[in-house]
Design a protein around this ligand. Structure first.
Ligand code: ADP
Ligand code: MG
Length: 716
């Protein structure tokens, strides 16, 4: 039977069980999946340089990979240095100069390179003395009458697969089933937006003859991704309203009068939006978005107060015990003054105490009205007889499943989630599908501005001096390092072919400066400051251990806290005045802004130092945004502008917080306009054909339902 789009890859030549398993680990099951396994970058091997050109590049210290066509000038020398280590060396030339080429441990190449043979070499060049050299370049024989590809795809790999094998397989798949691809986009849309056909796009995203064809292909595919996402999410944003508890008495003034301050305009607006939802008789599904310190807690408390007034219970969930306890300490006295009973339910309570709280929550005649806690709130045995409202703080720490579990406790209960990640307006459709949005885009008055500096390694000693000074003044210091685990995940393969790969944004993989591992760094700081208490937390630690360290820091027993980003979430230590972020280039701006929000919470002047050795200009430019800017929304918008929506959605933290969007291509700058345009087109189409039921929209309907599935299966 001829290959179909839906045929399993095992139907293809050369794909046995082992390779099928490797492909499956990349999400490739069918021949059609192969076509949608897009390259993660391309090598421009067609841009051939002369040896003289390459020499001057190498002399300038360029790290870029270079393509040269060279002829072997003498038989290679082959030496076994020691067991398991051999060197093959030869010299090659073009009319402008010579280059020494070396391979390690590739004995079989002895039979490849002979005097007079001409090859295209692709790799990084360097200088040895005054001589140009290349180590382990990719090579291709130059054969008259056969053209070498100018642009070569580099795929995400899994172990057991090579670039060569995978690209061969994709080429074959394209040859067999390329003609069967149904066009997904409506013809008039393609015309209006000058988009190429799906067939052209897929064939050129893999094997573009030149960069123009590649960008035409990318443009179409990225547009389609946004378009389908827009269609998928538009359906989500207009959920049918389901009934919810009707809470008619929505006057929160008695609570607000107890506060020592007046609400900001944004807080007032948010409270009013929530109150309207609670009174509507429909279930509230709302996200309260507000920068760190924008005052989400009191808005949440107002909602809980309204629920209590109307005879309903509220469950408030925080991602950690520390935060739950922090909230409880803040809210309990307020509610107590109003005669409202609240309780704190966390894992570390004794069994007896827990039982008592459970009983109080479940009490029929006089239940506790407001329960603040962690996941313990979800544990069986906690019965809420009158659950009316569920509030989640720092919502991204919870999975959808947990949320569902809590919601199931009462089908009519309202839901309010709070997030400290400001999401640009243009992205709320995708990032907050299904949720109404309240924005706290205004800070309470009198907040200090945290002075922010971007520095590199050369500043290290002064930085240590700065740490010392802060501690001498009685303050505490945060040091944040990116997680090393994450780095491993990023490194998809060790295939030597990838070393020279040029990523689409033009940045070489290797330009990333090495990571400071949090563990080693903590040890080093302990050495530099032997008289100080240096603590350390990372994501892999047991919760109890983590909480212990965090508590020591919170209570001022620890001077320096080194961590991966686990401290990002709502910890409040007003005595901390210095936030140092190592390898700052690895973080999204929104995340850095959140980290910065950990300091400047007390009266003392606070500072944020972003350490980065990245040479990439875009990385520096991004970090400088934080130096200039202190408003989370403005930063998020700027980040979006600099990185483009694809990267923003995939790597900017929104992913981790709101589920991975099935965006595979969109990245880099300049895609924002395309996204907005695609979303507009999605809205227009839905207005014409809301259910995508017209026959010509059938392929699109299938594609959209796949997007929906992918989005919901990764939202956790
Ligand atoms: P977040 O949004 O990060 O959760 P919080 O709710 O913890 O912020 O508020 C941060 C601090 O600001 C708290 O100490 C709170 O009492 C205070 N605060 C909140 N709203 C106001 C306001 N309108 N005026 C002054 N201070 C406020
Ligand atoms: Mg908070």
């Amino acid at each position: 039977m001829p290959l179909q789009l839906t045929s399993l890859v095992t139907a293809m030549r050369g794909v046995g069980d082992a390779r099928a398993a490797a492909l499956a680990s990349l999400g490739i099951m069918s021949v059609g999946d192969l076509l949608h396994h897009y390259p993660r970058g391309y090598q421009c091997r067609g841009d051939v340089r002369s040896a003289a050109d390459a020499l001057s590049l190498a002399a300038d210290g360029s790290m870029a990979a270079v393509s040269m066509i060279l002829t072997v000038s003498a038989e290679p020398s082959f030496r076994v240095i020691r067991r398991g280590m051999s060197i093959l060396k030869f010299r090659a030339f073009d009319e402008s100069g010579i280059c020494d080429i070396t391979y390690f441990n590739q004995n079989y190449l002895k039979d490849t390179f002979h005097t007079g043979g001409t090859f295209r070499f692709f790799g990084r060049v360097s200088m040895e003395g005054k001589r140009l050299c290349m180590t382990a370049p990719i090579w291709e024989p130059v054969i008259p009458g056969r053209e070498l590809p100018a642009v070569v795809p580099v795929y995400p790999l899994a172990s057991g697969l090579t670039q060569k094998f995978l690209s061969g397989l994709i080429r074959e798949a394209l040859a067999h089933v390329g003609g069967q691809l149904p066009e997904t986009l409506p013809a008039d849309l393609m015309r209006r937006e000058s988009l190429c056909t799906l067939r052209f796009a897929l064939s050129n995203i893999h094997f573009p003859p030149d960069m123009t064809a590649l960008s035409t292909a990318r443009r179409r595919l990225i547009f389609e991704e946004f378009f389908e996402m827009g269609l998928a999410m538009a359906a989500l944003t207009a959920p049918e309203s389901t009934p919810g508890h009707r809470m008619t008495d929505t006057d929160a003034a008695p609570l607000l009068e107890l506060l020592p301050y007046e609400l900001t305009g944004a807080q007032k607006r948010s409270v009013a939006e929530i109150a309207a939802d609670l009174a509507s008789g429909n279930k509230m599904n709302r996200i309260l978005m507000g920068d760190v310190g924008s005052g989400k807690t009191v808005v949440a408390a107002s909602a809980a107060y309204i629920a209590a007034k109307n005879g309903y219970q509220t469950a408030i969930m925080a991602p950690t015990e520390i935060l739950a306890v922090q909230h409880y300490r803040e809210m309990e006295p307020l509610f107590a003054q109003l005669g409202i009973r609240s309780a704190c339910l966390v894992g570390s309570l004794t069994a007896a105490k827990k039982k008592k709280v459970h009983a109080e929550i479940a009490s029929e005649e006089d239940p506790v009205q407001i329960v603040i806690g962690t996941h313990a709130l979800l544990s069986a045995g906690v019965e809420f007889p009158r659950l009316g409202l569920v509030i989640e703080d720092e919502q991204h720490r919870f999975g959808v499943m947990q949320r569902a579990a809590l919601a199931e406790k009462d089908a009519l209960a309202h839901m309010l989630v709070m997030s400290a990640t400001p999401i640009p307006r243009t992205l709320s459709l995708v990032a907050c599908g299904g949720l109404a949005v309240s924005r706290l885009d205004e800070m309470p008055p009198g907040r200090q501005v945290v002075d922010t500096f971007v520095v590199d390694e050369r500043y290290r000693e002064r930085l240590n001096g700065f740490i010392r000074r802060q501690v001498d003044e009685g303050h505490q210091v945060y040091v944040v390092c990116p997680s090393v685990e994450e780095e491993k995940k990023l490194k998809i393969t060790d295939d030597p072919e990838e070393l020279a790969s040029i990523l689409l944004d033009g940045q070489l993989e290797d330009d990333k400066p090495p990571l400071k591992a949090a563990v080693d760094y903590a040890a080093k700081l302990a050495e530099i400051f032997p008289d100080l208490q240096v603590g350390f937390v990372h994501g892999k630690m047991k919760t109890a251990d983590k909480d212990r360290v965090m508590r020591a820091f919170t209570e001022g027993e620890m001077h320096i806290l080194v961590s991966t980003t686990v401290i990002e979430v709502g910890v409040n230590v007003p005595n901390a005045t210095l936030m140092i972020v190592e390898n700052a280039e690895r973080f999204g701006l929104a995340q850095l802004h959140q980290l910065r929000g950990r300091v400047g919470r007390g009266k003392a002047k606070s500072y944020c130092v972003l350490v980065s050795d990245s040479k990439a200009e875009t990385a520096r430019a991004r970090l400088e945004v934080l130096h200039r800017n202190h408003n989370g929304y403005a930063i998020a918008e700027e980040d979006l502008r600099l990185r483009g929506p694809g990267d923003f959605l995939k790597n900017g933290g929104i992913v981790r917080q709101h589920g991975t969007m099935p965006l595979t291509l969109a990245s880099g700058m300049g895609d924002t306009d395309m996204m907005e345009c695609a979303f507009d087109a999605a809205r227009t189409l839905l207005a014409e054909d809301p259910g995508l039921t017209l026959p010509e929209h059938a392929p699109l309907r299938d594609a959209v339902s796949q997007v929906r599935q992918a989005a919901s299966s990764t939202m956790n």
